[in-house]
Every structure is written in structure tokens, then in C-alpha cells.
Design a protein around this ligand. Structure first.
Ligand code: SF4
Ligand code: MG
Length: 323
């Protein structure tokens, strides 16, 4: 298979309370047994409400967090903590939601972009200067920006700086953790277009994390929907938006505003009711059952498994169990 990334039964648990001897008494199962693959050159959207585990998934893949269990394969090779350092630092990069917080305010933009070149010994002297200019141009900035400081730029420009820094080491895979969520709507499309352009030009693969389905629609080839640490649905993007199967995906989709007022008037709204349950103590069986309008007794007893319901469209819901 030509999956660049393969995630197998990944778990990431955090200890949130300890007793007087330091023994764990409560555990947050932020990511609880998820599996998926990403093909070379594609974008997989990862969507869910805040706290569902999507950022933790990204950070665990890149080994900012050590996985509790499961395997991560990159280009067919298992990544463990030892290989993580060397292998990952260059091949996998991450772009963050708040570009400002991730840029050192005392460094010029040229130094920020040049730092990874120095750390990885990729260029020095005039070669380094040339490469910095090249990277700035790649993201739609120019040479004159190199001597300026992060605070002199707008939110969208700062995100471009963050992208240039990520590209400096020539990665093949980039985790985009809500890169447009903090930006004005008018700027969001520009950053998405830039990421698509770079993907085509440099052959990049993306995991694109967002909290609503509207944000990933344009850029994703496939989309995975997460709820309380689990993937509940994953499908080709066109299929997911036109034929959502999981009640949670249906509810998320119906909350997206449709610009056409005629369609909007005819549409039935499936609003999500109730609060997101406490992830430290999630509901038994299906974790979505406390907010699901189709919940039945089986849903409290048995956890639904993610199953293929045709042509790679997977969903985890007892409505589609065949027994
Ligand atoms: Fe709703 Fe049951 Fe399906 Fe969960 S398994 S989404 S509670 S119908
Ligand atoms: Mg997050």
C-alpha cells in the first residue's frame, strides 16, 4: 500500500489525578484506539468538537506525546521513541493554530525561518540567505520581510511565516492543527489555497485538523470525524458530505450554514442537544448515545465498531450493524 502514514490502534491516555502516593486515580482517554491511513499526496481532514482528541492525535503522531499504545508507521516503518527524533524532525512538521505563539517575538522572520536550516545543517552563508528568500517567496512573502519581527505582520502573514519555517527542512508530511481557525473568514481561504498550491508543487501530504466540517471541505480528499477519543466515521470527502451515515456527522453537517435560502428553508436541522460528556468518565457502549436521537438499549451495552459499509466508507454505529 502507498500509505505514507499508518496509525494502528493508537491510544493516548493522560493521568489527571493521583492519590497521596502518586498513583493514578483518574485517567483521561484522549485518544482511545483509533486507526487510519493517509495516502501519499492526499489530505485527510480530522474533525470534531474541541476536546475530542484531534490535537492530541496530531501531537502523538509527531511524538510530541509518547503514545500509550498502538503503532505509527511512516513510509512503512514503525516509528518508536528512538527513531522518532531523527526521522521525524525532518520528515514530519506541524503548523499550529496560533502562529503568533509559535514564533519567537525577539527573532527576525529571516532568523525564524533560518533556524531549522542551521539546526539541521542544511545551509549556511549566502546559501542560507538565498534559501530564506526562496522560502519567503514560496509562501507569498518577499525578501524585505526577512528583517522584520513577527508583531509587524497580520495573522494571515504570520501563518505564512509558520508555514515557511515548517517547509525549511523539506518535509513530506505536515500536520496542520487548526491553521485557519484563528483567522478572519476572508483570510482563511487564502491560507487554504496556499496550502493546496504548496501540496501540488512540493508533493506534500497533510493531516488537516479543524473543529468544523466547513473548514476542511475544500481541502480534504477524505475526512475522519472524531467524538470523545474515537473515530466515528471516515469516508471520501464527497461521499461524507453528501451521504453522512453516523448521527454525529449528520448533526455536525446540519449545523453548517448553507448560503442558498431555498435549500436552507427545506433542510431539517438536527441540532446537537446536551453537553459533551466528561471524557474522564465517558458513557458506556457508544460514547455518543447521550446526545443521539436514535439511541437504543444496545447502544448503552455494546461499543459499536468502526465498520466498512461500502467502498471504504467506515462508520461506528449500531444502526448499521448487520446482526
Ligand atoms: Fe446513536 Fe446508537 Fe449509533 Fe451510537 S450506536 S450513534 S447511540 S444509534
Ligand atoms: Mg486543538
Amino acid at each position: 500500500q502507498n500509505n505514507i502514514l499508518e496509525v494502528r490502534n493508537l491510544k493516548k491516555y493522560f493521568t489527571v489525578k493521583t492519590d497521596f502516593l502518586g498513583r493514578p486515580t483518574a485517567c483521561l482517554k484522549a485518544v482511545d484506539d483509533i486507526s487510519f491511513g493517509i495516502r501519499k499526496g492526499e489530505t485527510l481532514g480530522l474533525v470534531g468538537e474541541s476536546g475530542c482528541g484531534k490535537s492530541t492525535t496530531g501531537r502523538t503522531i509527531i511524538h510530541l506525546y509518547k503514545p500509550t499504545a498502538g503503532e505509527i508507521l511512516f513510509n512503512g516503518k514503525v516509528i518508536d521513541s528512538q527513531s522518532a527524533e531523527k526521522q521525524l524532525r525532518r520528515n514530519m512538521q506541524m503548523i499550529f493554530q496560533d502562529p503568533y505563539a509559535s514564533l519567537n517575538p525577539r527573532m527576525t522572520v529571516g532568523d525564524i525561518i533560518g533556524e531549522p536550516l542551521y539546526i539541521h545543517n542544511l545551509a549556511n552563508g549566502t546559501g542560507k540567505t538565498d534559501r530564506i528568500v526562496e522560502l519567503l517567496q514560496l509562501v507569498g512573502l518577499n525578501q524585505g520581510h526577512a528583517s522584520r519581527f513577527p508583531h509587524e505582520f497580520s495573522g494571515g502573514q504570520r501563518q505564512r511565516i509558520g508555514i515557511a519555517r515548517a517547509l525549511a527542512v523539506e518535509p513530506s508530511f505536515i500536520i496542520c492543527d487548526e491553521p485557519i481557525s484563528a483567522l478572519d473568514v476572508s483570510i482563511q481561504a487564502q491560507v487554504v489555497n496556499l496550502l493546496e498550491h504548496l501540496q501540488e508543487k512540493l508533493g506534500l501530504t497533510y493531516l488537516f485538523i479543524a473543529h468544523d466540517l466547513a473548514m476542511v471541505k475544500h481541502i480534504s480528499k477524505r475526512v475522519a470525524v472524531m467524538y470523545l477519543g474515537k473515530i466515528v466515521e471516515i469516508a471520501d470527502s464527497i461521499e461524507l458530505y453528501s451521504n453522512p451515515q453516523h448521527p454525529y456527522t449528520q448533526a455536525l453537517l446540519s449545523s453548517i450554514a448553507i448560503p442558498d435560502p431555498v435549500v436552507e428553508a427545506k433542510r431539517e436541522r438536527l441540532l446537537l442537544t446536551g453537553d459533551v460528556p466528561n471524557p474522564i468518565n465517558p458513557p458506556s457502549g457508544c460514547r455518543f448515545r447521550t446526545r443521539c436521537r436514535y439511541a437504543m438499549p444496545l447502544c448503552a451495552e455494546q461499543e459499536p465498531r468502526l465498520m466498512d459499509i461500502g467502498a471504504g466508507h467506515m462508520t461506528a454505529c449500531h444502526l448499521y450493524s448487520t446482526c
